[in-house]
Design a protein around this ligand. Structure first.
Ligand code: CTP
Ligand code: MG
Length: 215
């Protein structure tokens, strides 16, 4: 499930972030190109902005076998729309942010390998490099122990039954799918992510992505 239904308000392109082009292809296109190199992925559902389904269909058309469905107003609602559109026979799913177009196929493979070894939930992550502090009203409350902290990326991998159940129970705001599994008491395994799996969030990130693709 490729979630691409966000508006990209922090990027501010004036149209959905997933349709922004880098090096001649949309962020969705770059993601699908990686996905196509991972044979274990049986089908792809792209979750598009509700008012941008046609534009996403055009971005996908003729190049990729992917189904396009309309998303929701929050990321988790978009994930649920994607899950509903999946073949009910499937046993596992990867949820990937379209905003991480340069995630290397090795990261997909590491997540899949962990699922194949029996994990119910798997996330790729990298150690944080900044010192992270908890701040309240402009004052530092605590410096967190950096040795315990990682930045989590996508694709995140799940056994479908458990992920569906966790989404059905969901209350309140979550920023990724693994959080729902944590809330359900399910162990979330961590594999090594990649610097290249960074999320394009701000204009600076987009500039970095474009510079990376230049030769
Ligand atoms: N996403 C989604 N549906 C939403 C919100 C987000 O499918 N209602 C997807 C985005 O398209 C993106 C991923 O979730 O691929 C990560 O979200 P984020 O980087 O926050 O993207 P946006 O929500 O589009 O950006 P912003 O928060 O700056 O508006
Ligand atoms: Mg967002």
């Amino acid at each position: 499930v490729l979630v691409a239904a966000g508006s990209g308000s922090r990027l501010g392109a004036g149209f959905p972030k997933a349709l922004v082009e880098v090096a001649g292809d949309t962020l969705i296109g770059h993601c699908l190109r990686a996905v196509q190199q991972v044979p274990a992925i049986a089908e792809v559902v792209v979750v598009a902005p509700a008012d941008g389904v046609d534009a996403v269909v055009r971005a996908v058309a003729g190049r990729f076998t992917a189904r396009v469905v309309a998303g929701g107003t929050t990321r988790d609602a978009s994930v649920r729309k994607g899950l509903e559109a999946l073949d009910p026979q499937l046993t596992h799913v990867l949820i990937h942010d379209a905003a991480r177009p340069f995630t290397p196929t090795q990261v997909y493979r590491r997540v899949l390998a962990e699922l194949a070894a029996g994990a119910v939930a798997v996330v790729p992550a990298l150690p944080v490099t900044d010192t992270v502090k908890r701040v309240r009203d402009g004052v530092v409350v605590k410096t967190l122990d950096r040795d315990e902290l990682v930045g989590v990326q996508t694709p995140q991998g799940f056994r479908l039954a458990e992920l569906r159940a966790a989404h059905a129970r969901q209350r309140g705001e979550v920023t990724d799918d693994a959080m729902l599994m944590e809330q359900a008491g399910i162990a979330v395994r961590v594999v090594t992510g990649s610097d290249h799996a960074f999320k394009i969030t701000t204009p600076f990130d987009l500039a970095v992505a474009r510079a990376m693709q230049e030769d």
